[in-house]
Design a protein around this ligand. Sequence first.
Ligand code: MN
Length: 250
Amino acid sequence: MKRILVTNDDGIYSDGLSALASALESIGEVTVVAPATEQSASAHSLTLTRPLRVRRLGERQYSVDGTPTDCVTLALTKLLADSLPNIVVSGINYGPNLGDDVTYSGTVAGALEASVFGLPGIAFSLVTRNKFDFTHAAAFAAELTGKVLATGLPEGTILNVNVPAGPIRGARLTHQGIKIARSEIIEGVDPRGRPYFWIGEQQSSWKEDEGSDYAAVALELVSITPLRTDMTDYRALEFLRNASELQLNG
Ligand code: MN
């Protein structure tokens, strides 16, 4: 039987996490190691400045008072070290992780951390801002995870999967798009009379680009983008090598 580690960034009590874990029970043995509290937009952050506490909540269910990356790191090096999972699945996130938002995402980072350990990873996000019904997305997640367990992924590759709300109409392989947005900053005064700033929801649009993740979900298709931790800009590497003004010795 395949072993599946499930994590997320919305926290251990998220409905998206329980929908994902239940759906995956049909294809393997699921262990959940997830943050004790919400860690959205924690990116690939690792906690180094304080100790981490693990709580065992069930036979194969643990919470960690840290980030998704902390969860996967502890799971793979301690909690599940004797019987490593075959895959790490993260989500299902409340809301999309498209374009540049991928770099903020704790959901995506949970899957990325798997690739650091040489395991395949998949991140799932539900593309809606309200009415979060994970039923169809969870069924799709189990189906895709089963396929990836059977076929594998190239070493170091993870899949960032964004699933539109409602019944599945089809899926498309995409590349990461480009967001055109600015955060809305909410200003206020707290109950002690001190002013604060709060980074709010972004009014976002995206650069027109047929093959992008944004374009797929705009057509209400599932977007599947392969990602890796290697952030090298290979086009720029070529450009910079050819730039005559930039003659480097070495
Ligand atoms: Mn989240």
